[in-house]
Every structure is written in C-alpha cells, then in structure tokens.
Write a protein that binds this ligand. Structure first.
Ligand code: SF4
Ligand code: SF4
Length: 173
C-alpha cells in the first residue's frame, strides 16, 4: 500500500457523497408530516367496511375469528330490525374487537369474510402506551360515513335488506 492510498480512498469516498448529494433523488421521508406510500398488497391496520348506502358489511358471523390463527378477534352478534338496522340481513356485529398485540397481519380474517367487511388497510401507525389501547373496538375500526343520513343504526324500508350476503354476478368477483 502506497503512502497516498488512504488519501485517494478518502477522496473517492467524499466524491461518492458529493455525487449522491447533488445528483441522486432524496429518499428520506420527513415523517410524520410526509407519509410513505405503501405497496398495493401491504397489510396494515384493519378497517371494517360499509356498503355505498352506509350499511355495515359485517354481519357478525365470526368466520374471521374462527380463521384467525392468533385468536385476536372477538365478535358478538345481535339481531337487526328494520327500525334499527346496522347491516343487511338478520344480524350485525354488536361487538367487534381485534387485539393488535396478537395480530400477525396474516390476512386470514380478510380471506374468510363472506361479505368483504374486514380489510387490512394501509395504516401502519400503530403505537400503544398501554396494553388496553391495543384492543381496537368496532368504533375505531368502522369506516366513517360521508353524511349523517347514512349513519348506522338507522330505519330502513321494510323487507328490503333481507340478504346477509350480497348477490354476486360472478363468484370470482
Ligand atoms: S390478520 Fe391474521 S392474525 Fe391478524 S386478526 Fe386477521 S387473521 Fe388474525
Ligand atoms: S368481519 Fe366478516 S367474517 Fe368477521 S364477523 Fe364480520 S362478516 Fe363475519
């Protein structure tokens, strides 16, 4: 090794730093002001979806809880009436909870759901200071509605929302 070799290597290193500083796109995100876009198949925090008319997609069938390998989901169902309707069909989830400390984000709950009610979204901001905060209840998970008329429970026309599972054109949809 020559006496000038360390200086040459130092110069090369500095050159690399200057090249990336002036010519490369910045990859650092100024989080939390700037949030990174996640990949299309990313599995983040769950969301309980609604239909376009505001009714809840969840029918309280507990298939998600049965499919969950971590036993993270707790569902309790109650009966709908046309006077006080949450979801189409007979039943809705009166209690829906996910323990995020147990969840391994496998997506089995999403796959098991017959109405596509539970979906793993793109929210990755999960932090707790207390174990109890890790239990996400239905009001935290449920999608919000754009107008107050769409809020659940609400009164619906008699005999219209009789099917729990929507009719599908193609079973692969
Ligand atoms: S993503 Fe997996 S572990 Fe988490 S609640 Fe759903 S089924 Fe359970
Ligand atoms: S989220 Fe889906 S699978 Fe789970 S209780 Fe509701 S309808 Fe059933």
């Amino acid at each position: 090794m020559g006496v000038f070799d360390p200086v040459i290597e130092l110069g090369r290193g500095l050159g690399e730093t200057l090249r990336s500083f002036f010519f490369e796109k910045t990859v650092t995100y100024q989080y939390p002001e700037q949030k990174r876009e996640v990949r299309p198949r990313y599995r983040g925090r769950h969301v309980l979806k609604r239909y376009e008319n505001g009714l809840e997609k969840c029918i309280g069938c507990s298939l998600c809880a049965a499919a969950c390998p971590a036993d993270a989901i707790f569902v309790e169902a109650s009966e709908n009436t046309d006077e006080k309707r949450f979801s189409p069909g007979e039943r809705f989830a009166s209690t829906y909870e996910i323990n995020m400390l147990r969840c391994i984000y496998c997506g089995f709950c999403e796959d098991a759901c017959p109405t596509e009610a539970i979906v793993l979204g793109d929210n990755y901001e999960l932090s707790f200071t207390d174990r109890r905060q890790a239990i996400y209840t239905k009001d935290l998970l449920l999608e919000s509605v754009p107008t107050t008329e769409m809020i659940t429970p609400r009164k619906t026309e008699e005999g219209v929302f009789t099917r729990s599972v929507p009719e599908m054109q193609d079973p692969r949809d």
